[in-house]
Write a protein that binds this ligand. Structure first.
Ligand code: FE2
Length: 199
């Protein structure tokens, strides 16, 4: 069965009050994410990868020189779906409960987590992603280039921010730090993070 483009988990204009425009989603979801799905389906068509899960395709194709295009498109399909769920209208602020306790335990404070996340997202040179992950039970902030993601490193993704220019250029132009700050202040879906943390 072909891989499919999942719908956004919110209306395309739902985050406009949080400085992410419907125009951004019309390109980012409807064009970029859709293209990764189309490319992936074309690349695996009539191969033994066509019936694998997306996660299996990512694991099999990682670091295989003959499957670079498959990996890039498969991981970008996964990463974007995960990213949409990392956002919500009225998001941002501070998590609660066991998740907050764990962040404080592993980073020292919630502010220190935010600083680590901002640094990772700002310093990812070129295209990539910033993540909050669980690594053998310890929460860490990481950054990955291009399509790479935590699962290929044996880590569990809890939260991500897309720092490819296509994610922020229409709304923030070259101001990646403002896009990151806005994400932390107004967009993080801590309910999604908590669900991933509890899984
Ligand atoms: Fe993206």
């Amino acid at each position: 069965m072909a891989f499919e483009l999942p719908a956004l988990p919110f209306a395309a204009d739902a985050l406009e009050s949080a400085h992410m425009s419907a125009q951004t989603f019309s390109f980012h979801h409807d064009k970029h994410h859709a293209a990764y799905v189309t490319n992936l389906n074309n690349l695996v068509k009539d191969t033994d990868l066509a019936d694998k899960s997306l996660e299996e395709v990512i694991a099999i194709s990682f670091k295989d020189p003959a499957k670079v295009g498959i990996f890039n498109n498969a991981a970008q399909v996964w990463n974007h779906t995960f990213f949409w769920h990392s956002l919500k209208p009225g998001g941002g602020g501070t998590p609660t409960g066991a998740l907050l306790d764990k962040i404080v335990a592993d980073f020292g404070s919630f502010d220190k987590f935010k600083e680590a996340f901002k640094t990772a997202a700002t310093t990812q040179f070129g295209s990539g992603w910033a993540w909050l992950v669980s690594d053998n039970g310890t929460l860490k902030v990481t950054k990955t280039p291009n399509a790479e993601n935590p699962m290929v490193h044996g880590q569990t993704a809890l939260l991500t921010l897309d720092v490819w220019e296509h994610a922020y250029y229409l709304d923030f132009q070259n101001r990646r730090p403002d896009y990151i700050q806005n994400f932390l202040d107004n967009l993080v879906n801590w309910d999604f993070v908590a669900k991933n943390f509890a899984a």
